[in-house]
Design a binder for this molecule. Sequence first.
Ligand SMILES: [Zn+2]
Length: 359
Amino acid sequence: MFINNLLNKKTRILLFLFTILNSSLSYAEEANQIIDKGEIVMQEIQDGAVILLFHSFGDDNQPDINIGTEQLDNLINYIKNNNFNVIPLAQAVEIIQNGGKLPNKSVVITIDDAFKSVYTVAYPKFKQAGFPFTLFVSSGKVNDNNSAYLNWNEIIEMASNGVDIQAHTVNHSHMTKKEIKENHNEIDSNINDIIKNTNIKPIYFAYPYGEANQEIIEMVKSKNIVAGFSQHSGVYNNTSDQYYIPRFPINEKWGTLERLKLILNTKPFKIKSITPNTPYIKDNNPPNISVVVDDSIDDMSQLNCFRSDTGKVSLEKSDKSFQMVFTTPFKTGRTRINCTIPNKDGTYKWLGLMFTNDK
Ligand SMILES: [Zn+2]
């Protein structure tokens, strides 16, 4: 019985790849259709999607935002050989926001900025693997024909083959340090650049550096954007802030196969509420962070939280909530907090938070 299932699954995946390679449809459309038909959907259903965030590929000059080509190959092979379903971002957002069910082991690939290596390294590999992906384009360098970045012809070619093109400002500035008028222009002009060159109207927005405050989030909402994306860890689920959605940043340091296995197998950490409900430190430094967890979390005894600059956070736990106790203020720049609860099968529930402090 088990062997039968295994063979069937392998046959289905081979058929799936064969169909992709021989289709006149874009591979993303094909992936969508086949997922819709249910041919590769496993019986288990998951209620969250692991979103990976990349920047550049095979470019050793910027290790903080780069992943090596061998690391990328290892990642692609691991995803392919372990029954993950790489789904388009739109499928994840639509299902999570509308209360549907995701394919089991859903993974979403996103790439920010528009470096040249997206076209020269990542696109051919993802295309061959049949993995759809979203590119959040920062359009200033593209408009300038900067050779380290994509040009519009390359973006158009990828878009016509199913790559999803979304918004990421024109100049990639630290938005929390800018005037409101300037931020409006950063978003509006970026959306106009993308529409003008590709005929695609972006509906998703990625905050540069993942930095935002409440005013910027409200601004993004006001522009017919349906989801906003940050750069902190965690599994996207229906209790995530839909305008500050977590993505796992992948680079040379955080792109080892061991860590990627951990990330890809992570489960949603569902919450009911979090206070303060803003990713920005204003007068409240250090903030009093308290979290009310979802009913699906019934044992918090092994809950642990770590702060990026100071390490383990002391927690005051009660049955369905916990508070973080900080003794030192958050430093200038970005501070991340990662909270995890181990599951019995060796995986983790993972809640990531990120705060920006400009003072
Ligand atoms: Zn960026």
